[in-house]
Design a protein around this ligand. Structure first.
Ligand SMILES: Cc1cc2nc3c(=O)[nH]c(=O)nc-3n(C[C@H](O)[C@H](O)[C@H](O)COP(=O)(O)OP(=O)(O)OC[C@H]3O[C@@H](n4cnc5c(N)ncnc54)[C@H](O)[C@@H]3O)c2cc1C
Length: 476
C-alpha cells in the first residue's frame, strides 16, 4: 500500500505525511477503509476561488493540522499574474476581520505590495429625501474597510500558498466531475456514513477524503451532490459594474451609496482618481447603460448621483423638522453631508453586468462535507458582505478543524462540523435578513414608506453608539 500511495500522490513529502497519517502515526486518525486504486487525502477543497484558496492557506498554515494531507482542486488553469495598469471592474470591500484572516498567512502583505484603497468614510443617502447616514473612521477605532480587486486577493492568496511549499497539494486545471457521498448519493445510500467521500476528476483521478469542503461557488456541484436543501430567488435585477474616472475629491477614501427607487448605486474608491461602480438596477436599464456611448454613460451616472427629481415633499419637510429635534438632543451629531465625486470618464471595456440571486443552503454540513463561501450563501452585493462572509466561514472552519484535531477526532466528524454550521448561520442569516429588509425598504417611493425610512435613517445617523454597533457587525 505504501508504494501505491507514494505513486499516486503528486508530491513525495505530502504522500509520506499522508502515509504516516493513514498508518495511525498522525494524531486524530480514524481510518475506515482505503481503496488501493484511489489517491487519499484528509481534506479536499473543491474550488480555488478567493474563498477556497484562502481555506487552503488557512489550513496549510496551521501547525495543528501539519499531519493532514490537504488537496485543493481548481478547474481553471493557473495563470501567470502581472498587475495591470488599469483597475479591474471586479472588486470587493474587505472588512477588518477579513484583513486579519489574510494577514494570518501573509496574504495581506502581498495585497499591500500590489494595491488596495482604504475606506475611511461611508456615505449612504437616497434620492427620495435628504436623509443620509455617514460612517467615519475618525468616529471609530481602526479602518472601516479596504477596496481590493478580486484578482489581487486571489493572486495574494495563491502567493501565500506557494510560499508554503508542498504543504497543500494544489491541482489547477482539474475539475471535480462527480462526488460519491456515503448515505446520500444514489446507489450509496445504504453505505456506512463513516465511509470516505469519493471524488472523480475530469482527468481520470479518483480521490478519497475524510472531509470534502465545497468552495465551488454559487452553482456548487458539492451542494448539489450533497442534496442540500437550498433556498434561491432571483432579484430580477442586474449589477452593472464599471471602472470610473473621478474628479472633485482629494484623497478618494469615501465609499458612496445612493439608493434610487430602481436599486442602489455604489462607488468604491480604487485610487485618487478611480472608482469602481456597482449599479444595481432593472435588467433593461442595465443593458441600456452598458451600451450607451461614453459621454452619455458618464452623464447618466452623474445624474443618478445628483438628481433631485425623486424628492418627496412630505418626507423633505418632516425630515427637516425631525433633524432640528435630533440636533437638539445629539448636539454633536450634525449632518456632515459630503458632495459625491464627479464622474469624467469610464475605462474602455470595463462595463459588465451580473445577474443577482440569493442562494442559501439550509444546512452547511453533512457527515464528511462542509460548504463555504458562495457555495453555501450567495447574497445581494448591496452591503458588500459576500466574500467577507466566505472568509468568515474560512476562519470558523479552520478553528473547528484545529479543535477536532487536538481532540483526536476525524476531520469529517459531523459533531464538529455542526458547530461550524451553527456559528456561521448565526453570522450569515442576520446579514441576509438585513439586506432583504433594505432591498424592500428602498424599492418603493410610496410617501409613508419614504417618510418612515428617512426618519429612521436620520435618527440612526444621530446616534454614534448605534453606528459603532453597525460597523462592529459589518466588520465581522
Ligand atoms: C457585482 C458584485 C459585487 C460584489 N461586491 C462585493 C463586495 O464589495 N464585498 C464582498 O464581500 N463581496 C462582494 N461580492 C461577492 C463576491 O464576489 C463573492 O462572494 C465571491 O466572489 C465568492 O467567492 P467564492 O470563492 O466563494 O466563489 P467563486 O468566486 O465563484 O469561486 C468558485 C471557484 O470554484 C471553481 N470551481 C467551480 N466548480 C468546480 C469544480 N467542479 N471543480 C473544481 N473547481 C471548481 C471555479 O473555477 C472558481 O474558481 C460581489 C459580487 C458581485 C456579483
Amino acid at each position: 500500500m505504501t508504494a501505491k500511495v507514494l505513486r499516486s500522490c503528486r508530491l513525495c513529502k505530502s504522500a509520506l505525511r499522508h502515509f504516516r497519517s493513514l498508518s495511525g502515526c498522525g494524531r486524530g486518525v480514524h481510518t475506515t477503509f482505503i481503496d488501493n486504486d484511489a489517491e487519499t487525502a484528509d481534506i479536499v477543497i473543491s474550488g480555488g476561488g478567493m474563498v477556497g484558496t484562502a481555506m487552503a492557506c488557512a489550513l496549510g498554515n496551521e501547525p495543528h493540522l501539519a499531519d493532514k494531507r490537504i488537496v485543493l482542486l481548481e478547474s481553471a488553469p493557473k495563470k501567470e499574474f502581472t498587475l495591470p495598469e488599469n483597475y479591474s471592474n471586479r472588486t470587493c470591500t474587505v472588512s477588518p476581520s477579513t484583513v486579519n484572516l489574510l494577514n494570518s498567512f501573509g496574504a495581506w502583505d502581498e495585497i499591500l505590495q500590489m494595491r488596495c484603497q482604504p475606506v475611511k468614510r461611508m456615505q449612504v443617502w437616497e434620492s427620495c429625501s435628504d436623509s443620509l447616514i455617514t460612517f467615519n473612521k475618525d468616529d471609530m477605532m481602526g479602518d472601516l474597510a479596504f477596496v481590493v480587486e478580486n484578482d489581487v486577493i486571489l493572486e495574494a492568496t495563491r502567493r501565500s500558498l506557494t510560499a508554503m511549499g508542498d504543504r497543500v497539494d494544489v491541482m489547477y486545471n482539474t475539475s471535480a466531475s462527480s462526488y460519491i457521498i456515503p448515505g446520500v448519493t444514489a446507489g450509496h445510500k445504504n453505505v456506512n456514513q463513516n465511509s470516505w467521500v469519493t471524488i472523480s476528476t475530469n482527468d481520470g483521478k479518483t480521490i478519497k477524503t475524510k472531509l470534502l469542503i465545497g468552495a465551488d461557488g454559487m452553482n456548487s456541484g458539492v451542494r448539489k451532490a450533497g442534496e442540500f436543501h437550498t433556498v434561491k430567488w432571483d432579484y430580477k435585477q442586474l449589477a452593472l459594474v464599471a471602472t470610473l474616472h473621478v474628479t472633485g475629491v482629494s484623497e478618494n477614501t469615501v465609499a458612496w451609496q445612493r439608493f434610487l427607487p430602481t436599486g442602489p448605486l455604489a462607488l468604491l474608491p480604487l485610487s485618487t482618481e478611480r472608482c469602481c461602480m456597482i449599479w444595481t438596477t432593472t435588467p433593461e436599464n442595465a443593458r441600456n447603460l452598458r451600451d450607451l456611448p461614453v459621454d452619455s454613460f458618464v452623464d447618466a451616472v452623474n445624474d443618478a448621483l445628483w438628481h433631485e427629481r425623486d424628492k418627496d415633499s412630505t418626507a423633505m419637510s418632516l425630515g427637516q423638522s425631525f433633524q432640528g429635534i435630533l440636533n437638539g438632543i445629539f448636539s454633536s451629531e450634525m449632518t456632515d453631508r459630503q458632495m459625491p465625486p464627479t464622474i469624467v470618464d469610464v475605462d474602455d471595456n470595463s462595463r459588465a453586468h451580473f445577474p443577482l440571486t440569493l442562494v442559501h443552503a439550509s444546512n452547511y454540513v453533512l457527515q464528511r462535507v462542509a460548504l463555504i463561501g458562495d457555495s453555501a450563501h450567495r447574497i445581494h452585493p448591496l452591503a458588500g458582505q459576500g466574500v467577507n462572509l466566505g472568509f468568515g466561514d474560512v476562519s470558523c472552519l479552520r478553528d473547528i478543524l484545529v479543535q477536532s484535531s487536538q481532540e483526536g477526532a476525524d476531520p469529517g466528524s459531523l459533531s464538529y462540523l455542526t458547530q461550524y454550521e451553527t456559528e456561521r448561520q448565526r453570522a450569515v442569516l442576520p446579514v441576509i435578513a438585513t439586506i432583504e429588509g433594505l432591498h424592500r425598504l428602498y424599492s418603493t417611493s410610496l410617501t409613508p414608506v419614504v417618510v418612515l425610512r428617512s426618519l429612521g435613517l436620520q435618527a440612526t445617523n444621530a446616534m454614534t453608539f448605534l453606528k459603532d454597533k453597525i460597523v462592529g457587525q459589518a466588520s465581522g
